[in-house]
Ligand binder design. Structure first.
Ligand code: BGC
Length: 763
């Protein structure tokens, strides 16, 4: 024991010594470089240009090659082609005066070529090993195609499903969001940023981007500091603690100041308090957009951004075109420019680019590493674990693989394009597996029928907006809606059961895709109503990038399987679950409201002084005249093919002090006939404190596997760290008193116990 300890200590010592030696070497190199650089070349390193792929803003970079040659570019994003990128890197390291290599970035968000579920779906796995695996595979594929930097993870907490970008994050909870942030950063960056298959991560959008008022993208945010610290900031902080190499600013204001010019955010908090050592890049033209925020002209806002702690300017070239003037006019200093430039160069050093600028530009890699059978296998496994079964009356699911005739109806049943979801720049929808193909693969003996039934939407103006990235993303069928419907009903008449495959198309969620009506589009809803009228059981397989309002569907469908946008292996993964090869185990990470009128609706809300008592007819209590307060499906919710029964929870003590620790245990049994996985969730409530605290907060979870009939005792260890929160003076501590400990399979249905935790228990 003692010997192992000594060996460990020695290893740590040598690792530390090696790191210090590396740091010293890096410093010498960069000091030398900075001495040689002109002001223009330094400012050039702060410039990020876009090329190739369709951009996410209205401005695009011009004269890129000339700019690289003259040292006016620090990085580029948009390509994922090692041959072309090698040629571009050659310009930087052979033609530019100081031969400084470029970053090559891209939005690799939920897979690069092999596409995994959208991040909201991925979060529903509650499985950090799977989340990390998806990022590792994405990094392997992305680096094989020349990339060294991804604009991911997006960890914006979101409580408003109208916001299209809720699809890109891990939902509404800071604890879960922080775990996901860590897993993704580790997955992308690996254990050493300089390795050929390591991809530098960029946590975004710092900060509070998910708090956009009215769920409208790019809209303003207004929030108290304690809300920021307790609910919205933890996932960014977790990414920083996990060693994320870069941070992206957000488009919104934070405390009235745009994030991109917010020195408190970028320097005081991020660097001085959290100890972030990497570099900060803006979001797309975020510096230029500060003129519309009313902060001044381009020169002013560029200087403000640099002073606040921004190091790299994405696309807008405010830095490139104005910083020299600001320096001459003494609005900024040489030290400001040097600092930003040093941070960019340090990142390039850590990524091994000075050693070998071509290290991820090996054109022989893609053929061996892209979309391998193993990667597709992982995509199938991860997707099937992200699906959330919302309802399953009379155990209609899983379906038998033979013996009955099943009609698959809906515009997503025989569809490849919408399998992948938002942010799939490298993803090829032609290579995705449709639902019909998956069903044939998994249940080849089954008698199946297919009918499209409806357009995704009949609204041509809506279609026009959905087709921003390509004219054929959503189309109107040549057959009239009436005939589509009639054909579907004729098909359904010949079947024993109906699987309706409906929902949102790829472009209905994601950036700049907010919706005020978050129901299934009318054309599809009408189809569903007609299918239900046949009296045959209807299973709804739902594609969505956000929580939808599904009250009618909940009342009328026999089963609802929410599959998000599952990625390349969509059809296979869906069939695995529909036919019971995989027992669904996903749990929601964002609350599903009954109606848009209830938004924002989230589980970790504060109590009110006039609490809702379960009846919405009560006067002078916090409720609606026309709707219950309750959500349709709570955070953490999801069922499987076997029920999991929770016995009463046992707490190790009813009263404890200071540094003591508590265990909460609960016996969970699988009382059904299928083996399955269950996410056992621990929540803590702090009913009396110096500020009003949420009714409950997630503080732990365990994913367990139980065979049919098996039981397990699940134990959580709780310490005072789990009780801490930021008060109004932003002191992070716990306060003595009573705590409500809850455990359950979702945030609503829990077993509760109480414990009194004193600072120092009197004898
Ligand atoms: C988005 C970012 C993205 C960037 C580059 C912006 O419009 O907000 O999330 O990383 O474009 O594509």
């Amino acid at each position: 024991m003692k010997r192992t300890y000594t060996i460990l200590l020695c290893l740590c010592f040598f690792a530390l010594q090696n790191a210090t030696a590396q740091d010293a070497k890096m410093k010498t190199h960069i000091d030398g470089l900075l001495k040689k650089m002109t002001v223009g070349e330094k400012i050039g390193q702060l410039n990020l240009v876009v090329s190739g792929w369709v951009p996410t803003g209205t401005t695009v970079s011009q004269d890129t090659e000339e700019k690289i040659t003259s040292g006016k570019v620090g990085g580029m994003f948009g390509y994922y082609d090692p041959v072309r990128m090698k040629a571009i890197q050659q310009i930087a390291v052979e033609k530019s005066r100081l031969k400084i290599p470029l970053f090559f970035g891209l939005d690799v968000i939920h897979g690069h070529r092999t596409i995994f579920p959208i991040p909201l779906g991925m979060s529903a796995t509650w499985d950090m090993a799977l989340v990390e695996k998806s990022a590792r595979i994405a990094a392997q594929e992305a680096t094989a195609e020349g990339l060294n930097w991804t604009f991911s993870p997006m960890v914006d907490i979101a409580r408003d499903p109208r916001w299209g970008r809720i699809s890109e994050g891990g939902g509404e909870d800071p604890y879960l969001g922080s775990q996901i942030a860590r897993a993704l950063v580790h997955g992308y960056q690996g254990d050493d940023l300089s390795k050929n298959n390591s991809l530098m991560a960029c946590v975004k959008h710092y900060a509070l981007y998910g708090g956009a008022e009215a769920g409208r993208d790019y809209n303003t945010v207004d929030m108290s500091r304690s809300s920021m610290y307790n609910y919205y900031l933890p996932p960014y902080k977790a990414a920083v603690e996990a060693g994320v190499g870069s941070v992206m600013t957000s488009f919104n204001v934070v405390d009235e100041v745009p994030a991109t010019a917010n020195r408190w955010l970028m320097t005081d908090l991020l660097r001085n308090q959290w100890g972030f050592k990497g570099f900060v890049v803006t979001d797309y033209t975020a510096i230029n957009e500060m003129t519309s925020h009313g902060l001044g002209d381009l020169q002013t806002v560029s200087a403000l951004a640099l002073k606040a702690g921004v190091d790299m300017d994405m696309v807008g070239e405010g830095f490139l075109t104005t910083l020299k003037k600001s320096l001459d006019e003494k609005k900024i200093t040489m030290a400001d420019i040097d600092l930003a430039c040093r941070r960019i160069l340090e990142a390039k050093w850590k990524m091994g680019l000075f050693d070998d600028p071509y290290r991820r530009l090996d054109p022989s890699r893609p053929a061996k590493e892209i979309m391998t059978p193993e990667n597709r296998k992982a995509a199938r496994e991860i997707a099937s674990h992200s699906f959330v079964l919302l309802k399953n009356d009379n155990q209609i699911l899983p379906l038998a693989k033979a013996g009955k005739t099943v009609a698959f109806v809906g515009p997503f049943a025989d569809n490849h394009r919408d399998m992948l979801g938002t942010w799939v720049i490298g993803g090829e929808w032609e290579k995705s597996v449709s639902v019909m193909e998956g069903v044939k693969n998994v249940a080849p003996q089954l008698a199946t029928l297919f009918a499209k039934g409806s357009n995704i939407t009949d609204d041509t103006a809506f279609i026009h907006r959905l087709n921003f990235f390509g004219q054929k993303m959503v189309t109107l069928d040549a057959i009239s809606p009436e005939t589509l419907l009639r054909n579907a009903l004729e098909t359904a008449a010949r079947a024993d059961a109906i699987v309706a495959v409906l929902g949102e198309s790829q472009s209905m969620s994601g950036e700049s895709s907010s919706r005020t009506d978050i129901g299934i589009p009318d054309s599809q809803r009408k189809l569903l109503e007609e299918l239900v009228k046949t009296g045959k059981p209807v299973v709804l397989v739902l594609f969505t990038g956000r929580p939808l309002t599904l009250e009618w569907e909940q009342q009328h469908c026999a089963a609802i399987l929410n599959v998000w946008a599952p990625g390349t292996e969509a059809g296979n993964a869906i069939a695995d679950v529909l036919f019971g090869d995989v027992n669904p185990s996903g749990k929601l990470t964002a609350t599903f409201p009954r109606s848009v009128g209830q938004i924002p609706l989230y589980y970790n809300h504060k109590p009110t002084g006039r609490p809702y008592n379960g009846s919405y007819q009560t006067k002078f209590s916090s409720n609606y005249l026309d709707s219950p307060n309750e959500e349709l499906y709570p955070f953490g919710y999801g069922i499987g093919y076997s029920p999991f029964v929770y016995e009463e929870m046992k707490l190790s003590s009813a009263k404890l002090s200071g540094n003591g620790s508590l265990t909460a245990s609960i016996k969970v049994s699988n009382t059904g006939k299928y083996a399955g996985e269950e996410v056992v969730q621990l929540y803590i409530g702090d009913p009396v404190a110096s500020i009003s605290r949420p009714v409950k907060e997630l503080k732990g979870f365990q994913k367990i596997i139980l065979k049919a009939g098996e039981s397990k005792l699940v134990t959580f260890n709780i310490t005072t760290n789990d009780l801490k929160f930021y008060d109004n003076s932003l002191k992070y501590d716990w306060e003595a008193g009573e705590f409500r400990i809850s455990i359950g399979g979702n945030s609503r249905d829990v077993k509760v116990g109480t414990v009194v935790w004193e600072k120092n228990l009197k004898p």
